[in-house]
Design a protein around this ligand. Sequence first.
Ligand SMILES: [Zn+2]
Length: 265
Amino acid sequence: MDLRFEAIPAAAYSSRSQIARVATQAWVRRELPCLACSAHPLRATPENTRSRDFVCAGCGEPYELKSTAGRFGRWVPDGAYATFLETIRLGRTPNLLLLEYDRDDRSVRELRAVHRTLISPLALAARRPLLPPARRAGWQGCSLDLGLVPPSGRVPIVTAREPLPWPEVTAAWSAYAFMVRLREESRGWLRDVLAVIERLPRRPFRLEEAYAFEEELAALHPGNRNVRPKIRQQLQRLVLEGRLQRLRPGLYAPGEGAPAEAHAE
Ligand SMILES: [Zn+2]
């Protein structure tokens, strides 16, 4: 993986951010295979396609590129709050590519990918609406709280200017491949339960601590009245998939990655 950007004819663009956008997109097309199936190159979507910059021609996985000359912290700024919520509701959330670049050196410093199935509405924080006399008064942006995405769902690709071995990247990415195959409703429950687990201050955690989010989860899944059994069911599923361990009945800890034996709660 060559981390340097191609030269962009600066005269063709009106701003530094536009040049950066073109350079980083060209870099992704040139260097990055699909995380799910390793097909290369990713296909760029037409300009202004909503919530995806690339789609894999092999398996159809969508990607959105976010890049900065600074650093992405815990909060990643995104676009309109209502649009993002709708994108999640429709099951159209893209995988996020978070790329940090060096402006002087014109190269990639850091690159991480966030698994689309793990981006919960609970992780979106609305910003204050813009006030007049702003041109877009009333418009409300949002930020994504990466702290509510399980750490294993944020996969490093380039760290401190070093690309990680590709088999390592795809192995890490495949931890949540089972989510892609689920029906939308099941995927949504798992995603939201994973987000609330990230909010718990202590590990391991007890089943009752997960139950504390009952109302919030009920609000996100209005068709379902049996929220506690639903929470328990998600925890069992996550144990089966190796994303959690069950230490003893009612006590859970982050998983080691190996699928476990089935057992009833
Ligand atoms: Zn693919």
